[in-house]
Ligand binder design. Structure first.
Ligand SMILES: Nc1ncnc2c1ncn2[C@@H]1O[C@H](COP(=O)(O)OP(=O)(O)OP(=O)(O)O)[C@@H](O)[C@H]1O
Length: 215
């Protein structure tokens, strides 16, 4: 079992952000979540990532309960615009983050920076980067440890056409490698092209949107 969500609710100050969510993802593939602004997609993703604790219910990733300070294993994520140390280079930012787990080499970091179309030898601090460049670096951060589960919350935000094409290509590549990708997107083209299965979030309720066979 990759993701198991049992009766999860999240209530903050009387607002029901997640309403009795049940979800089982058993096969690798790309899973999309669509829904209007404020419908709860990010809250759901952050709950799966162990960043928000459910009010009731439980979330398991790869069979282990997350939340309460426990984060999923073999996992990478991109949320909003990631916070980097503004005065550090892209390389030094990733090196700092990679030092937490200590499982990848400096060469791996260089490679992942190139993979997202940035230059590992760029001496400029990240504060000089454009929005799209930071988004690319955010994707590099999410994938650098070769996770089995990748959560991408609006990964195409701020990217130019080439960037969107490149990231789409990468997601399809991850899928081929057997990775599971959860993606929230307002772009119906991304959803159509990338996803094996699509869910809809509507005012905190999650339903299956359309079913296709996971290839
Ligand atoms: N940490 C939090 N504490 C309290 N309320 C929150 C928190 N995070 C989000 N919310 C609220 O939860 C609701 C759902 O927000 P969420 O960010 O999950 O929407 P979304 O579906 O991701 O929207 P968008 O498409 O705009 O990204 C919103 O009303 C938001 O204000």
């Amino acid at each position: 079992m990759i993701i198991e969500i049992n009766h999860v609710t999240k209530t903050v100050k009387g607002n029901d952000l997640l309403k009795d969510i049940d979800l089982r993802i058993t096969k690798p593939g790309v899973y999309g979540v669509i829904g209007r602004n404020g419908s709860g997609k990010s809250v759901l993703f952050k709950t799966i990532a162990g960043l928000l604790r459910p009010t009731t219910g439980e979330v398991k990733v790869f069979g282990e309960k997350v939340g309460n300070g426990r984060f999923p294993k073999h996992f990478g994520a991109l949320f909003d615009l990631p916070g980097f140390v503004p005065r550090y280079t892209a390389f030094n930012n990733l090196k700092l983050l990679a030092s937490i787990r200590g499982i990848i080499s400096t060469e791996d970091i260089r490679q992942v920076i190139s993979k997202v179309g940035l230059d590992p030898d760029d001496r400029r601090p990240v504060k000089k980067y454009s929005y799209g460049m930071r988004q690319r670096l955010g994707i590099a951060q999410a994938i650098m440890e070769n996770p089995s589960l990748l959560i991408l919350d609006e990964p195409m935000n701020g990217l130019d056409e080439t960037g969107v094409e490149e990231i789409r290509g990468m997601i399809l590549e991850f899928k081929k490698q057997g990775m599971t990708v959860l993606i929230a997107s307002h772009n119906s083209e991304d959803i159509k092209l990338l996803c094996d299965q699509v869910y809809r979030m509507d005012q905190g309720k999650l339903t299956l949107h359309q079913t296709e066979t996971v290839s």
